[in-house]
Every structure is written in structure tokens, then in C-alpha cells.
Write a protein of this length. Structure first.
Length: 307
């Protein structure tokens, strides 16, 4: 089922038709407060009032016209202008292919550089999302250049990729900010761990050196997972190494295990919610369904006559 959903996320015919279905649009509201920036900002205000950090991401990827990247960058500059008021600034998280990486890496870097500078002026952060395996190396290269100029920048690393321990060793001397996730793309076994046990072990093995670096002020660590048991396992091992919980941020997606995130927040973990919005939600939504069976069950409830 997971592979079928990931295949569906890449299928152009389905991408053009499925978003028109009313029950699908109803189901996707679990994972995003709405398609507009206004809806995302309203959700962000409520979350910040509850003591959580927020990162906003406008959905979209793999632009084919470079001029569209200028519009995406302008949109994020507008987000930074509007989202700084309140108990804490809102952070932004962007996909490099949404800023033109498929077409011109230098244009992408120019946009990232401008957004990082704007975020610093707003007292905020810019995160680079990680996409499928062909984009890992160019995204790392962008981040290395960006981090040298802007300390307020972070990157996502995917634990299920076999190359990620080497990528982490490469980044640690930079004093990075890392959002560590399990990984949501359909990667072959030659380059990615496939079983849940293997992915969990890889996640733990990556989280511990990052936690020690965060303890010493040499990194910022965000545990980007909805697996609360894994978060607590990381905390147990990290605690034995003297890492306090306030160094172990937990980042979860809007609408997924929100109650569990609040419990972790009450237990002393800094809590962040990633709020997604925008019209280009179909491939992102299908990957969310593929991540956990409970997500698919919820979607089915929107069309089947269940109580």
C-alpha cells in the first residue's frame, strides 16, 4: 500500500484529477488548515499562543519555468513581513526545487540567500527541505554555501538514506541546524533502509551525535517525527550523555498526533508544528498517507459510510 500511494503521488494523470474530488479535499483538511496564507497564519497564531514554535511551508515542487521561482521567493518574503509579530517569529521551510533547482542552481541560491537575510532581520529561521535522493547532493551543496553566510539556516536530513551518516559528518563542522526525519519518498533498497526497525535504528544513530553537538551549542537539533516512542528513546540515550530535553526540539506536521506533541511539550521538549498550505498539495498529501496506516484510514472515513 505504501508503494502504491507513493506511485500515485508521482502520477500526473492522478495529480490532475484527484484534487477535484470533494471527499479528497475534505480529507486533506486534516493535514493543513487551508490553502491560503491567511489560513496558515491563523493556525500559526493559535499554536504560538499555546507555546509552540511554527514553521510555514507553501506546498509546491519541481518548477519548470524559472520565473515562477521569483514569485515563490516573493511570496516567502511576504510571509516573513507578516509573520514576525507575536510571542516568537514564524520560521519558513522551503523546497529548493520550488525555487528553481531543476533549472538553475545559482538562481536558487540567490533566492535562498535573500530569504535567509530577511529571516535574520525578522529574528527568524530559514529551513531547506530535503527532497528525493537525486536532490540530496545539490541541496547539501546549497546549504554549505548558505550556512557559511547565515547562521539562521537549517536543513532536513533523511534517516532512511544509507548515505546520511556521511552527510552528517560532513555538516557537523559547520555547526548546523538539522531537522532529522525518517524519510517519505519511495527509494530503492540499494540506497535506503526499507524496514521500520532499520529506519528507527538509523534515526537513533544519527540523533545521538546531533544531540551531543546541540548540548555543546554546536548544532540545533529538531526531531522531525510523529513517533513519540522514538523521541523518548532518543531522550533517554541523550539524557545519559548529559543532553537536557530543552535541546531536543520535536517538529510534527499540523494535524498529525497533535495531542502527543502537546504531551511532549508538557514534558519539557520544545514543540514545533510545521504548517503547510497552498494549492499544490496533492503529491505532499499522498506521501503523508503513505507514512502511516492511520492517515489512510482517516482519509477512507471521508468517503465510506462509517460512523
Amino acid at each position: 500500500m505504501r508503494r502504491a500511494l507513493l506511485w500515485a503521488s508521482r502520477n500526473g494523470w492522478l495529480r490532475a484529477r484527484v484534487p477535484r474530488l470533494r471527499f479528497v479535499r475534505r480529507a486533506v483538511r486534516r493535514f493543513m488548515p487551508g490553502e491560503t496564507l491567511e489560513a496558515a497564519l491563523a493556525a500559526a497564531d493559535a499554536l504560538r499562543a499555546a507555546g509552540q514554535g511554527v514553521a510555514l511551508t507553501r506546498l509546491g515542487e519541481n518548477l519548470v519555468v524559472l520565473a515562477q521561482a521569483d514569485a515563490v521567493a516573493a511570496h516567502y518574503h511576504g510571509v516573513l513581513d507578516r509573520a514576525t509579530a507575536g510571542p516568537a517569529p514564524v520560521e519558513i521551510s522551503v523546497k529548493p526545487t520550488q525555487l528553481g533547482l531543476d533549472i538553475d542552481a545559482e538562481t536558487t541560491f540567490r533566492h535562498l540567500d535573500g530569504l535567509a537575510r530577511h529571516a535574520a532581520e525578522a529574528g527568524s529561521w530559514l529551513w531547506l527541505d530535503m527532497e528525493s535522493s537525486p536532490y540530496v547532493e545539490p541541496t547539501l551543496a546549497l546549504y554549505e554555501r548558505l550556512r557559511a553566510l547565515h547562521p539562521n539556516t537549517g536543513i532536513c536530513l533523511q534517516a532512511y538514506l544509507r548515505r546520511t551518516p556521511g552527510d552528517l559528518r560532513r555538516l557537523l563542522p559547520l555547526g548546523p541546524a538539522v531537522r532529522l526525519v525518517k524519510g517519505a519518498y519511495d527509494e530503492p533498497g540499494a540506497i535506503a533502509w526499507r524496514s521500520r526497525g532499520e529506519v528507527d535504528a538509523a534515526f537513533l544513530g544519527l540523533a545521538l551525535p546531533l544531540a551531543e553537538a546541540a548540548r555543546d551549542g554546536r548544532a540545533r537539533l529538531a526531531l522531525g517525527t510523529h513517533d513519540a516512542d522514538l523521541v523518548r528513546q532518543v531522550a533517554t540515550f541523550a539524557g545519559a550523555a548529559g543532553v537536557p530535553r530543552e535541546r531536543l526540539e520535536v517538529h510534527m506536521l499540523y494535524g498529525i498526533r497533535a495531542a502527543e506533541l502537546r504531551r511532549l511539550q508538557a514534558d519539557g521538549f520544545p514543540a514545533f508544528t510545521l504548517v503547510a498550505y497552498g494549492e499544490a498539495w496533492y503529491p505532499w498529501y499522498m506521501r503523508r498517507l503513505a507514512e502511516r496506516p492511520a492517515n489512510l484510514i482517516f482519509a477512507l472515513r471521508q468517503v465510506l459510510p462509517w460512523p
